[in-house]
Design a binder for this molecule. Structure first.
Ligand code: SF4
Length: 481
């Protein structure tokens, strides 16, 4: 028997290698230096949804007359270190096999960073090198046209995309990449003094960025919002990473606000921009926030895979004298947002601005609901027209380098209203709210259900209370102290 190589290359490793060879090298060769980052609620949700889709495939296959020909999680492991666990394999009468990759997406993704065809090509190569004859390769994904009515129908929910031709065409290229990956992983040393993400925006950096680039200061040019690739390349090429080395006239107005705050080590305030924001407001102000739900497998009749709908809102109604009242809604059963709309109609009058944080998101919900329920379209589209985005103030009106170049309410709130905080909340972000809601619906224990309900109500209420307090802070910037 040939001995196994030192490095194993799983399908996940291979995709990581294609996205960034250095990060996989660090993981395998210096695991103690590798930062795994946080396994976020969102990542957990994606993983759980993958298993749910597999369950649906298993349910479907179990109804086939030749169900015995199908197996799940079959492992193909080669002496050179390849390791592939096939989601599903079927044995054909001629001794060959068909491979099935099961995905929770609604189409076949053939682009990096999640190229599903490369996944499948890797599996086909591993299976072939284990002596199997691979005849067909399928990507099983969700059918975006499927609309749930009653129990889930796996036949309608799932799409079996025959990708044999495209996957087989990728095999020579993938074999080369596998060889390169194994050779790269076997190197004792690589250049660990920088990495290619120096030329990419912060959103593209992985958790190993600091390890490979320890001299990059914080904040840096990566804190400048919407820095163009051309300008970033210039700064990187000239070795100018510190904001101290960037002149105000080198960047856009949006970036200048962040830069000026850094240079002055103080908030940069543009009173005219704040006045412009305040001048369009009409009282009462309706500070509104939705929590929405979406899942790979629809949980409610009338919805489709990954279809998003609001299940909760919080609303603070603020009068010109500063007084405010709070209203909310939380669906206590799986339901489309009809009762939510009714409660909104009772709570929002015909006059007054609707204040949100990140207008495209809330307006998309209102527009989608207007399309789905034409009987409420006039009301919902009126809300769209009355909506203003409080976040806009923090793009150029009031910018503090302490926001880190972000305008997220989670970054702004602790700086401008430090007495309010999401810290320690049982539900502290939108994905956690989705998760808590689905758990609440499934919970049969009255106390546990009440606990989840309270956590959801508190979180959403804090979102709009935060907007009220942040708005009050904004007004103080217009008045002499
Ligand atoms: S930050 Fe560096 S290590 Fe991480 S993905 Fe980018 S290039 Fe790779």
């Amino acid at each position: 028997m040939v001995s196994m190589t030192e490095h194993q290359l799983s399908k996940t490793d291979f995709i990581q290698y294609l996205n960034c060879p250095k990060s996989l090298w660090l993981l395998q060769n210096k695991p103690s230096k590798y930062s795994h980052g946080e396994f976020t609620d969102f990542a957990k949700k994606l993983a759980a949804e993958g298993f749910m889709v597999e369950d649906q495939v298993q349910a479907l296959v179990s109804t086939y007359p030749n169900a015995d020909a199908y197996s799940f999680q079959e492992v193909f492991q080669t002496d050179e270190g390849l390791y592939a666990k096939a989601d599903m394999v079927s044995k054909n009468d001629d001794g060959s096999i068909d491979l099935f990759e099961i995905k929770s997406s609604t189409s076949v993704d053939d682009k990096q960073p999640h190229n599903q065809l490369k996944d499948a090509a890797f599996q086909a190569i591993a299976a072939t090198r284990c002596g199997k004859l691979v005849r067909n390769v399928f990507i099983v994904h969700l059918n975006k046209e499927y609309v749930r009515e009653g129990a889930i129908d796996p036949r309608g929910l799932l799409t079996f995309a025959d990708e044999t031709v495209r996957v087989k065409a990728l095999i020579p290229e993938t074999e080369n990449e596998i060889g390169e990956a194994l050779a790269f992983l076997a190197e004792d040393e690589i250049d660990e003094t920088s990495c290619t993400c120096l030329n990419l925006s912060k959103s593209r950096h992985c958790d190993s960025f600091e390890y490979f680039n320890p001299t990059i200061p914080k904040p840096s040019i990566y804190s400048l919002p919407r820095l163009s690739a051309k300008k970033r390349d210039t700064f990187v090429g000239e070795g100018r990473f510190s904001l101290d080395e960037i002149a105000v006239d080198e960047v856009t107005r949006l970036q200048q606000s962040v830069l000026k705050s850094h240079h002055a080590n103080a908030p940069h305030i543009n009173v005219e921009d704040i006045e412009n924001f305040v001048s369009v407001l009409r009282y009462p102000l309706y500070h509104l926030d939705y929590e929405t739900y979406a899942s790979a497998i629809p949980i409610i009749d009338g919805t489709s895979p990954h279809g998003q709908f609001p299940f909760q809102f919080s609303l603070h109604v603020q009068q010109e004298d500063g007084q405010f009242e709070h209203y909310d809604f939380l669906a206590d059963q799986p339901e489309l947002p009809l009762r939510l709309i009714e409660k909104l109609k009772q709570s929002i009058g015909p006059i007054g601005s609707v204040v949100v944080w990140n207008k495209p998101f809330e307006n998309t919900q209102n527009q989608n609901m207007a399309s789905a329920y034409p009987e409420h379209a006039d009301f919902l589209l009126d809300l769209v027209g009355r909506t203003v985005d409080l976040m806009d103030v923090f793009k150029t009106g009031y910018v503090d380098i302490k926001f880190g170049g972000s305008t997220s309410i989670k970054k702004v709130l602790p700086v401008v209203v430090p007495e309010l905080s999401y810290e320690g909340m049982d539900v502290a972000d939108g994905t956690a709210a989705m998760d808590a809601w689905s758990k609440m619906l499934a919970e049969t224990d009255t106390d546990k259900r009440a606990f989840l309900r309270k956590a959801l109500l508190e979180y959403c209420e804090l979102d709009t209370l935060a907007m009220v307090r942040i708005f009050e802070f904004v007004l103080t910037q217009l008045k002499p102290a």
